[in-house]
Design a protein around this ligand. Structure first.
Ligand code: PLP
Length: 394
């Protein structure tokens, strides 16, 4: 269905929902007295670097909030994904199934393992990985081998399935867990955008064997830079702790290491900030949901677009609010989207397009991929709206 977009009505509506300011950011972090105090206390203690009481406390708070059995805090979300993939057995020459519509970090993490991304399509409801389309794709391209399923064209092993919760909206995890079990390919959730998002009452990042969170400056809470690994598996958690702290063994002053490790653990200073931020997470989520409800209600009468609402049976953190533009059948241009981006940004309302699809980036152009009709349509039609928590404060 195609209705011409009413751009003046869209702009009038955004102005009505948003406060009167010269410039409204896409997403701003927010810090108060608690953050200042936590950082100063950490400086005064002298323990600013690798491991300290704030790291353990932050991990404990995240475990309590998400319900995850084990949490390992690391330097950023990309590092968390890298280790998650490594721990489910992704190796040199493998392929990792992931949505083409994601941030570049999802693909980079596979590359760090010496593997290649294998891009699959998304669906309109969640904006995330389409389990049915992936199942169909696997039926066409997968052949069984002793080591597991292989891509019949490249010969590479299909080593992991990595869905991502786009803008905080949970993907259909039940369908993806069933798919992962049917094909015996481990599921790793890129939950970088979905801290505070729940699927059927359960926090995202708990359905995969192992998952990754991010606390980058633009995410729902921030530690400056930071990430975390979530898992229900005690052995995997122990392995994650070990290889993210240079694989050190023994105690005292011996510099003994038993494999090639990584210097990936979150510094205490960042964790101190995280401890203060995580206390505000429930309020941030509530404010973002209020903002989303306002956008949704106000945009209902604007012709030619639809507000992207959380899928049924999920509770989204609405990390980034978004609209999906209507489009005439057969359209392959981004012109309408770019006109809206131009008009809103000129007024100081920071809107943004979705990511360029990963297979269009030069380093991933030759990677294997399924047909991507929905991802392509979404990339042309999605626009993110200003989404800072304070915009939803009454
Ligand atoms: C933010 C993000 C990451 C990576 O997190 P960093 O902490 O920036 O390394 C990974 N995947 C997705 C989808 C993200 O949005």
């Amino acid at each position: 269905m195609h209705t011409p977009l009413d751009i003046p009505a869209l702009i009038a509506t955004l102005r009505r929902v948003l406060p009167e300011r010269e410039r409204i950011a896409l997403h701003e972090p927010e810090f108060g007295l608690a953050e200042r105090q936590a950082l100063l206390e950490c400086l005064d203690s002298g323990y600013v670097s690798t491991v300290g009481k704030h790291v353990e406390r932050f991990e404990g708070e995240l475990a309590a909030y998400t319900g995850a059995s084990h949490v390992v805090a690391v330097v950023n979300g990309t590092a968390a994904l890298h280790i998650a993939l490594k721990l489910v057995g992704v190796e040199q020459g493998d392929e990792v199934l992931m949505p083409a519509l994601s941030f570049v970090a999802t693909a980079n993490a596979a590359s760090y393992c010496g593997a290649r991304p294998h891009f699959v399509d998304s669906e309109f409801t969640s904006l995330g990985m389409d389990a049915a389309a992936l199942d169909e794709h696997l039926r066409h391209i997968a052949v069984a081998s002793k080591e597991g399923w292989r891509n019949r064209e490249t010969g590479a092993r299909l080593a992991a399935i990595v869905p991502m919760h786009t803008f905080g909206h949970p993907v259909d995890l039940d369908a993806l867990v069933a798919l992962s079990e049917r094909w015996h390919i481990p599921l790793v959730e890129d939950a970088a955008e979905s801290l505070g998002s729940f699927y059927k009452g359960r926090h995202t990042g708990r359905a995969g064997r192992i998952s990754a969170l991010s606390f980058n400056g633009n995410k729902i809470i921030t530690t400056g830079g930071g990430g975390a690994i979530l898992t229900e598996d005690a052995k995997l958690a122990e392995r994650a702790r070990h290889i993210t702290t240079t694989a050190r063994v023994g105690r005292g002053w011996t510099f003994q290491h038993d494999e090639v490790g990584y210097n990936y653990r979150m510094p205490n200073l960042n964790a101190a900030l995280g401890c203060a931020q995580v206390m505000r997470l429930p309020a941030f989520v509530a404010e973002k949901r209020t903002l989303a409800a306002r956008y949704r209600e106000a945009l209902r009468d604007v012709a030619g677009l639809k507000f992207v609402a959380e899928p049924a049976d999920t509770q989204s953190n609405y990390w980034l609010c978004a609209v999906l533009l209507d489009e005439a059948r057969g359209n392959t241009s981004c012109d309408l989207r770019d006109t809206v981006l131009q008009a809103t940004n000129e007024l100081g309302i920071m809107t943004r397009p979705a990511w360029n699809l990963l297979h269009t980036l030069p380093m991933y152009a030759d990677c294997p991929r399924a047909a991507l009709p929905v991802a392509e349509a979404l990339a042309r039609r999605l626009i993110n709206l200003p989404s800072s928590p304070h915009l939803g404060r009454v």
